[in-house]
Design a protein. Structure first.
Length: 308
């Protein structure tokens, strides 16, 4: 064999050894990749399984769940009351005080009792729960809202509660079949209200009606104050007129009858001087003769000392 043939033979051997090593390395690399992929898939499955297990582990009556539910109720109630109050104010063309609705809804006492599982956890790990949810409202708000409903010919609060299976005990409204959903997302406990509960709608309407009634009363009082102030300004700017003093008119006295004339008595000259000091009583003259004829109305008597 020549030298050239020997060199070719050696190159084939080297190439063969290189190919074998390359295939071996490729096989090793492929094996490692397959092992890594299988390990990642197992890790994801285990993580999902762990997350689902954690989700189903959330209890409906867990204190953290109930706190989340109360917060969700407060926020939803405030949003709906804001919308209803704005509608009332726009219809009446009045403005509402800023933060009035929030102050009202923050004063509502919310309680959750008798929580239980209504539907087991689904594929997303969310559990449907049911509980008895109560909302205690101030008596003043209930009274003002009832006045607004009556003025607008709306159904009464009692009839609306009866239609939606909501109990009322004094000023506490109770929904015994309130539904909500709980679970975990991203390691955090999540609570969501299911649907549109009638309890929230009714209470939001009561809060909106109460705030609207207060705003209307304040506006009426302000207008009344402005009218009184304008009347006072007008009375002060007008000239003050002195009342005329009317002198009392003396009544006309009746005319006194004429005093009949007196006839001098000749015998009076012979009386004592003390008797002359006393007033002289004169007797009326006696006619000498009176006619008997009844047709005569008046008799004229001549007398030197008297005139008729």
């Amino acid at each position: 064999m020549s030298v050239a043939n020997k060199n070719v033979s050696k190159w084939y051997k080297v190439a063969g050894i290189g190919m074998v090593c390359g295939l071996a390395l490729a096989g090793c690399d492929r094996s490692e990749k397959e092992d890594t992929t299988e390990t990642a898939e197992l890790t994801e499955q285990e993580s999902a399984s762990t997350e689902n297990t954690a989700a189903t582990a959330v209890s409906c009556d867990d204190p953290m769940v109930q706190d989340r539910l109360k917060t969700a109720l407060q926020n939803t109630l405030n949003q709906q009351a804001q919308t209803l109050a704005a509608n009332y104010a726009n219809d009446a063309e009045i403005s509402l005080a800023s933060g009035a609705i929030t102050n009202k809804t923050n004063g509502i006492v919310i309680d959750v009792q008798n929580a239980a599982v209504l539907q087991a956890a689904n594929d997303n790990g969310m559990t449907t729960c049911q509980a008895s949810v109560s909302m205690t409202l101030p008596s003043e708000d209930l009274y003002q809202a009832s006045q607004v409903q009556a003025a607008n010919n709306l159904p009464s609060l009692q009839s609306r509660l009866a239609q939606n299976n909501i109990r009322i005990n004094n000023n506490m409204l109770v929904d015994d079949a309130f539904t909500y959903v709980v679970g975990t997302q991203g390691g955090q406990v999540r609570t969501r209200i299911a649907g549109q509960p009638a309890l929230i709608t009714v209470v939001a309407d009561v809060m909106a009606g109460s705030v609207f009634k207060s705003a209307m009363d304040e506006q009426r009082a302000q207008r009344s104050t402005e009218r009184r102030a304008a009347q006072n300004d007008d009375s002060q700017s007008a000239p003050v007129r002195q009342p005329q003093v009317v002198k009392p008119v003396e009544p006309i006295r009746p005319t006194q009858p004429a005093t009949p004339p007196t006839i001098n008595n000749p015998s009076s000259s012979n009386t004592d001087s003390s008797a002359s000091a006393t007033p002289e009583v004169k007797t009326p003259a006696v006619p000498k003769s009176v006619p008997k004829d009844e047709s005569i109305d008046m008799v004229i008597i001549e007398d030197d000392s008297a005139t008729y």
